[in-house]
Write a protein that binds this ligand. Structure first.
Ligand code: PSU
Ligand code: MN
Length: 302
């Protein structure tokens, strides 16, 4: 096992035994949701993974120690520290929080790096970062990490706070296959379709496993993106989601927000503007993705 990492008993034992494990990020706990929805959602995702017969491993940096598999008290502690006490941790931030013994909440990029170090093949999240609307040079490090780290990332697409066509272009350049899980179009997070085609539709966890295994057999060191539409019952009507996003993005621009602060700012505004309805869709997507990711981890382990 990697000496730079600390494992929970549960995650450590599962990895030693070759049992299916699903990684989870921690930025959504500190920067993605308000309290207590953040703790509830993190625990609901873990429960969904266990329900399927896999083991969850929520990843974060605690006083400089990269931890794979947070226990409940650690999740609650991170939630209490919140955005002020915890650095949002992408590739460039990891050495800072480890070297200076800080707290770090891993983004999609940060979580992929640690999952790969830990030998975890599948990771469930909500929305990946992407290219920001109106700011084509603000390209999330998530997209670059997907191009260089062989982990299968299960998400609900990218939030349409982003420029989705440009996001797909960057993924193509980075060599990342975008799979649609039981769909031919890229999901738009709060709603089930952006109308943009994915590279390949897949219908079963076994198909995803076969593609991930082929990638590894070929020694292709890139990530694989599996996009799953939010469950129908909890989707936001597209025009409602769009209106909130347009207004939230406008406010972010007007307030001069940039860099890593854009995503948390816009998400909080969208929550406010939809009267909390974005959160219901968000949580439904996260829990559903956790189920699908666990099924894929089981298929890969077989
Ligand atoms: N999208 C969401 N919720 C989130 C994030 C993205 O719907 O909480 C977080 C994820 O951790 C993602 C990060 O990796 O924001 C992307 O931030 P940036 O654009 O700064 O790379
Ligand atoms: Mn960004």
């Amino acid at each position: 096992m990697n000496d730079n990492l600390i494992f929970s008993d549960e995650a450590g034992a599962a990895l030693m035994a070759g049992e299916p494990v699903v990684a989870l990020e921690s930025t959504l706990i500190t920067h993605g949701f308000p309290y207590p929805a953040n703790v509830e959602t993190a625990l609901a995702m873990e429960a969904a993974i266990r329900d399927e017969g896999a083991v969850p491993a929520t990843i974060a940096v605690l006083e400089g120690r990269i931890t794979v598999g947070l226990v409940r008290a650690q999740i609650e502690h991170l939630a209490e520290l919140g955005q002020q006490g915890v650095r949002k941790c992408s590739r460039r931030d990891l050495s800072l929080v480890v070297g200076l013994r800080q707290y770090g909440a891993t983004t999609v990029a940060g979580t992929m790096i640690v999952a790969y170090m830990a030998g975890i093949k599948v990771f469930a999240t909500g929305g990946i970062g992407g290219v920001h609307r109106g700011h084509p040079h603000d390209i999330s490090a998530d997209l670059i990490e997907l191009g260089r780290t062989p982990v299968t990332v299960v998400c609900a697409g990218a939030k349409s706070i982003l420029d989705l066509p440009l996001t797909l272009e960057v993924l193509e350049t980075q060599g990342v296959p975008v799979l649609g899980y039981q769909t031919g179009t890229l999901p738009a997070f709060y709603s089930r379709s952006s109308g943009l085609p994915v590279d390949q539709r897949v219908d079963t966890p076994e198909q995803v496993a076969a593609i991930a295994n082929a990638r590894d057999a070929l020694g292709l060191l890139h990530g694989t993106l599996v996009t799953v539409p939010v469950p129908e019952a909890d989707a936001l009507p597209q025009d409602e989601a769009e209106a909130a996003i347009t207004e939230a993005t406008r406010q972010a621009d007007a307030a001069g927000i940039h860099g890593k602060d854009v995503t948390p700012f816009v998400l909080a505004k969208v929550l406010e503007l939809t009267g909390g309805r974005s959160q219901t869709a968000n949580i439904a997507a996260l829990v559903n993705n956790a189920h699908v990711a666990a099924q894929i981890a089981l298929a890969i382990a077989r």
